[in-house]
Design a binder for this molecule. Structure first.
Ligand code: NAP
Length: 559
């Protein structure tokens, strides 16, 4: 057993963990980082499936804290591929000398709060124990793979791989009979590549997915230099954008404000530009089914034009409102279904019954396979947090109090769990805003909070019940009219009574930043701050008033 004492324990060496270690050490705190994988990268370490690349512009989806990095690094493509992103994360971690603070191959198995010492005792499967004043979970919201519960999976004699844990050693694809289960953003990227190699590719689709052209292309060093020359200003500007991206534009006009010709022109333009903006053409397309139908039918007609077999095209056309599940970016996805070596199996009408020794059996047929690819997504939001087994003195985990949906203050802290910080968790803009700039903001906020406690001789912080209830109410309120709250997507928490909670905060990243900064400026109002003997320190108990919201903006927050 190896024991460490540290001010801060950071769990996860992905894009958030790398920045967290850099930021906290830079402010003079001692930090121990723990990472289950063998190296840095987080989701970009594990998701090395064929075709993996970011689906936001690389010049947004990167760090802004370091002008030196901006001077030294140049992206080659509009959407960086997984190898390029992993190289970037390694480059940043090396440049800022972050790796030496991490213990790799060290999976957190438990973290116990001890109020007498005001410390967490964090244990790992590598025999490392860390006693730390603050625990920061940079484990991400889409990191813990969804458990595959197909009967018979373990008796399959071929190879089974998960996109979310794609092996480092090469997976042979050529001339194999491949079955892929899932048609989310991940599968939409992988399917065209798998099809190029496979003898035959069987796509097992439960729900059709809207995909719009990515329009990936090379990007110039010159345009990046322009950002590099004013990166500090750009960073501050990103904090004022509703989705945390430089090109986040908030549509002003509803569909009804535009003539049918204008509507078509606007949609054609976005189709040609490519990228996520297709879900932000009209200001009301996220809350008004009629407005949404205009965009959805436009995209369905594009699918019908791309897929030669009309019956197959209809099976690839989603019927739910567009933007209610993450929009996938298409590089040859629909075209792939024109290939003779690709078959689409609709497992909603003909469900998978079992996995056999030689393939997948549905109610109607048996498909002989050499390789099964599971692209079924993640135990989003709570998966990684639960896996870390964090306990307070009552033996509870944070999600024990989330049976009716996550309850947090700013998404960053949960009542009953002093000094536990959860950047990008439910209650933050999370997966709906640029995760690089969002993590930078939230980790800066946490670093400033720790500095405030230390400067005032205080030992612990946690939300008051009232402030947590208030924020939880605000998170629910801003999403109340969203069409996407009605879809069974990983962002929606469905309660036993059928009520639904949309987990990310959709009031806008800009609004979130302003609220969080306001809370800090008012001495962490809404939080209870205590000294080492458990005596309360001063804090302002008021947080942003519930009326101070913009529900209409929930419409346009782009992923
Ligand atoms: P996902 O969006 O959750 O999609 C999972 C797919 O698996 C869906 O088609 C789902 O069907 C299907 N599925 C799940 N359980 C199943 C079961 N038991 N039987 C049959 N099918 C099942 O997961 P993902 O594609 O991995 O994407 C997750 C998120 O990762 C994305 O939303 C995005 O935020 C992120 N991502 C980002 C990038 C990037 O470039 N930045 C790339 C890929 C992914 P249903 O739709 O019917 O549930």
């Amino acid at each position: 057993m190896t024991n460490f004492d540290a001010d801060v324990g950071v769990v996860g060496a992905g894009l958030a963990g790398i920045y967290a270690v850099h930021r906290f050490t830079n402010q003079g705190l001692s930090v121990v980082g723990l990472e289950a994988a063998g190296w840095v990268g987080g989701v970009w370490y594990h998701n090395r499936y064929p075709g993996a690349r970011v689906d936001l512009d690389s010049i947004d989806y990167c760090y802004y804290f370091s002008p030196e990095i901006w001077q030294k690094w140049r992206w080659t493509e509009r959407y960086a591929s997984q190898p390029e992103l992993l190289e970037y994360l390694n480059f940043v971690a090396d440049h800022h000398d972050v790796k030496r603070h991490f213990h790799f191959n060290s999976r957190v198995t438990g973290a116990q709060w001890d109020s007498s010492e005001a410390r967490y005792l964090v244990s790992t499967d590598a025999g490392i124990q860390v006693r730390c004043r603050f625990l920061v979970m940079t484990t991400g919201q889409l990191s813990e793979p969804r458990v595959a519960s197909f009967p018979g999976l373990d008796r399959f004699q071929g190879q089974v791989v998960r996109t979310s844990r794609w092996p480092e050693q090469e997976v042979p694809l050529d001339d194999r009979r491949i079955g892929i289960i899932g048609t989310g953003s991940t599968a939409v990227q992988a399917i065209p590549i798998l099809a190029e190699h496979a003898e035959h590719l069987y796509v097992f689709q439960r729900s059709a997915r809207y995909a719009v052209p990515a329009r990936n292309r090379a990007i110039s060093a010159h345009s990046q230099q322009q950002i590099a020359d004013r990166v500090r200003e750009e960073r501050e500007e990103l904090f004022t954008k509703y989705a945390g991206g430089l090109r986040s534009v908030r549509p002003q006009r509803t569909a009804a404000d535009c003539s049918p010709d204008e509507q078509v022109r606007m949609m054609e333009r976005q189709w040609e530009l490519g990228g996520q903006r297709m879900i932000g053409i009209f200001a009301d397309q996220g809350i008004n089914r009629d407005a949404n139908d205009i965009v959805a039918e436009f995209v369905r007609n594009k699918i019908r034009a791309m897929v030669q077999d009309p019956e197959l095209a209809e099976r690839l056309c989603p019927t739910y409102p567009i933007g209610t599940r993450r929009l996938a970016l298409d590089t040859g996805y629909y075209d792939t279904f024109n290939r003779p070596n690709v078959s689409l199996i609709d497992i909603k009408s003909d469900p998978i019954v079992e996995i056999t020794e030689t393939g997948i059996r549905t109610g109607a047929a048996h498909y002989e396979l050499d390789l099964i690819v599971l692209a079924i997504g993640f135990q989003a939001f709570t998966g990684a947090l639960d896996a870390a087994n964090i306990r307070n003195e009552q033996g509870a985990m944070p999600s024990d109090g989330w049976k009716l949906g996550p309850r947090t203050l700013l998404g960053l802290m949960t009542t009953g769990f002093p000094n536990l910080f959860t950047p990008t968790a439910p209650g933050t803009p999370s997966v709906l805003a640029n995760l690089f700039i969002q993590n930078e903001f939230e980790i800066d906020w946490i670093g400033d909070c720790i500095a405030h406690l230390d400067a005032h001789g205080l030992a612990t912080i946690e939300p008051t019940v009232e402030a947590q209830d208030d924020w939880t109410e605000q998170v629910a309120e801003v999403s109340s009219r969203l069409l996407r709250r009605q879809e069974n997507d990983y962002m929606v928490h469905v309660n036993a009574d059928g009520s639904r909670i949309f987990m990310p905060y959709v009031g806008g990243f800009d609004k979130y930043v302003a609220t969080a900064r306001g809370i800090a400026a008012r001495g962490y109002g809404g939080f209870v701050l205590r000294d080492g003997a458990g005596r309360p320190g001063a804090s302002d108990p008021t947080i942003g008033a519930p009326g101070d919201q913009h529900p209409e903006r929930a419409v346009i927050l782009a992923e």
